[in-house]
Design a protein around this ligand. Structure first.
Ligand code: F6R
Length: 259
């Protein structure tokens, strides 16, 4: 039988984000209520922006403590420090950590978030530090992902081995072209390298939520849907073997194989 990843389809990005936020919020708070920790793996980019907004709305009604809530990010541009407005650190401050810390005095950005340091002196040491930081938290409970138009997850570009762990990678030309929109349209301003969790690091998350929205993702989703087995050519396909992954998609993103 052909392998397929469980997929929930919504009419649009708003509804997709709302439903995904409800599920994630429930997962997080059930554990916090039991006085257990929860480690949420975060993605950046366009896909999770509304999800984070919805999550913040839900957290604003939450009366419990967030002391045991931790976040871990997928990736960070190489060469961008956390003060750099284009860094993923600043993206997280704007879209999630900053507002969450404002609502909840028990959420401390310094101690409850981890993200690679884009300006660390030694990339090998930084990658090892990052893996250790994730392991010290007890691993990732739920990882939020987006997918690149070339099938990347995190910045694991085509050709990334399934066994890969956090490391410094070269960005694919396609990724640079897509991401230049965040750099005033200038591809020369997009960093050419980034730290990313590896495919294996991601795979070890106990649960994975992949968000896919918009017509630009239709072609890669069709390709992913046609595969029986993982291939390094489409790193997202390694998720086919993960026991607990769910795709939240909007209609446009899967239009190429449903119409
Ligand atoms: C972001 C990341 C990337 C994005 C992917 C999709 O932290 O790791 O893999 O999830 O490039 O980006 P958007 O959501 O902008 O289409």
């Amino acid at each position: 039988m052909k392998k397929a990843i469980q997929t929930r389809v919504f009419p649009d990005n708003d509804q997709m984000s709302r439903e995904a936020a409800l599920e994630i919020f429930k997962d997080v708070t059930v554990r916090l209520e039991q006085n257990e920790s929860f480690v949420l793996g975060m993605a950046t980019g366009n896909s999770p922006i509304k999800l984070y907004k919805e999550l913040l709305g839900l957290f604003s009604t939450y009366k419990g403590s967030l002391t045991k809530f931790f976040t871990v990010n997928l990736d960070e541009y190489y060469g961008l420090g956390k003060e750099n407005p284009d860094s993923y650190y600043q993206y997280m401050m704007k879209h999630f950590w900053g507002p969450l810390a404002e609502i909840h005095s028990t959420f401390h950005i310094e101690t409850q978030t981890i993200i690679p340091n884009g300006i660390a002196a030694d990339p090998v040491e930084e990658s090892a530090r990052y893996e250790k930081a994730i392991a010290d938290l007890g691993g990732i409970d739920l990882q939020i992902l987006g997918i690149g138009t070339n099938g990347h997850i995190g910045f694991n570009e085509p050709g990334s081995p399934g066994s890969s762990r956090t490391r410094l990678v070269e960005l694919a030309e396609e990724t640079i072209q897509v991401n230049r929109a965040h750099f005033g349209g200038d591809a020369n301003k997009v960093p050419k390298q980034a730290y990313t969790m590896g495919v294996q690091t991601i795979f070890e998350a106990r649960e994975i939520v992949l968000l896919v929205s918009g017509a630009s993702k239709a072609a890669i989703m069709k390709e992913l849907n046609s595969l029986n087995n993982p291939t390094e050519d489409i790193p997202a396909s390694f998720l086919l073997n993960h026991p607990n992954v769910i795709i939240f998609a909007d209609q446009l993103a899967i239009s190429a194989y449903t119409s």
